[in-house]
Design a protein around this ligand. Structure first.
Ligand SMILES: Cc1cc2nc3c(=O)[nH]c(=O)nc-3n(C[C@H](O)[C@H](O)[C@H](O)COP(=O)(O)OP(=O)(O)OC[C@H]3O[C@@H](n4cnc5c(N)ncnc54)[C@H](O)[C@@H]3O)c2cc1C
Length: 287
């Protein structure tokens, strides 16, 4: 199907984009890589009167260090994230998850900011942002606000951003000494996650000092597996204790059912994948 007609604007600075969005009002949409938005337009599930394309704004691309944080411009593509040395060093979990996103073509066009703004519960990056304790820098005519990932994803395809706001950057605390792993279960290669688990583990000799675990597609938003984290903190770094902690993964989840998986199956997957993700993140082996 062909989208309904719209006006197309391509600003070259964030200030111009903010102004264009404000002038266009609530009927405007931002265009990033178009990998989620264009299908929505073609299906006429959305019919904005104005599209503001962020693709011409150079300041929104790239990864840099800012003190204790890694800062990713919202328009940094999945492909760039995947091959960025700073990401590999300070936030390897993001690279691990990005490697599982879609196919090469989609990764060339799709952006980290677009993925987080779209807030698809089956998207891989929202749970990673949660596990990494990322914050989102959001700009509008009213100024800038910094939203923690824990407050950013508020419901199905819904973030805390309001009309007129643009996600400009994602800030990730730099971490050393953590092992990380993203475990994704999909029906076929390159498909969306039935369930995914983002895990981070900091070991202290034979035990787990600290763990951070977040779940993909176990509810309308990404979910921190707090019960699992509490069970892992201070536990022996053994497969048995990880398996027992992973039993808590379904706590607080609200998995959906669809043609691909029942809610019960997703609940089972959450336990199994959490065990696998934590074992891999912590490089935990049987004694
Ligand atoms: C075949 C296919 C398979 C895919 N598989 C996966 C997968 O396995 N895992 C996964 O995680 N994703 C997957 N995706 C989605 C992909 O990751 C997209 O990159 C992502 O969903 C949207 O990013 P985008 O840059 O294309 O954003 P767009 O499609 O341009 O925008 C998406 C939405 O976000 C809004 N938006 C975009 N940027 C901003 C911004 N800076 N500030 C505020 N709002 C903004 C737009 O207005 C729009 O509503 C897949 C996509 C395709 C086409």
């Amino acid at each position: 199907m062909i989208p309904l007609s719209f006006d197309y604007l391509r600003p070259s600075t964030v200030d111009e984009a903010v102004q264009a969005l404000a002038d266009a009002g609530e009927d405007a949409k931002l265009l990033a890589g178009g990998q989620s938005l264009v299908p929505v337009l073609r299906l006429r599930l959305a019919a904005p009167s104005v599209l503001v394309d962020l693709g011409g704004i150079a300041e929104l691309r790239g990864v840099r260090e800012d003190g204790d944080a890694l800062v990713l411009g919202a328009m940094t593509t999945h492909h760039q994230v995947l091959h960025d040395q700073l990401v590999r060093r300070y936030a390897p979990l993001l690279a691990q998850a990005t490697a599982t996103v879609a196919d090469r073509q989609t990764r060339y066009r799709g952006t980290v900011g677009g993925s987080l703004s779209h807030a698809d519960p089956a998207g891989d990056l929202p749970s990673v942002a949660l596990a990494l304790d990322a914050t989102m820098d959001v700009v509008s005519r009213e100024g800038t606000r910094r939203i923690p990932a824990a407050d950013f994803f508020v419901d199905y395809l819904t973030t805390a951003m309001v009309p007129g706001e643009i996600l400009v950057a994602i800030r990730i605390p730099k971490r050393d000494g953590w092992g990380t792993h993203y475990e994704k279960f999909n029906r076929v290669a390159q498909a969306w996650a039935l369930v995914g688990v983002a895990a981070m583990v900091r070991r202290d000799n034979g035990s787990i000092a600290e763990a951070r675990v977040a779940l993909t597609n176990m509810g309308p938003t990404p979910i921190r597996a707090h019960a699992v984290e509490q069970a892992l903190a201070g536990a022996p770094a053994s497969p048995g204790s990880v398996a027992s902690a992973a039993e808590q993964a379904p706590e607080g989840t609200r998995p959906s059912a669809d043609v691909f998986a029942s809610a019960e199956y997703r609940t089972h997957l959450a336990t199994v994948l959490t065990r696998r993700a934590v074992v891999a993140a912590g490089a935990i082996h049987a004694a």
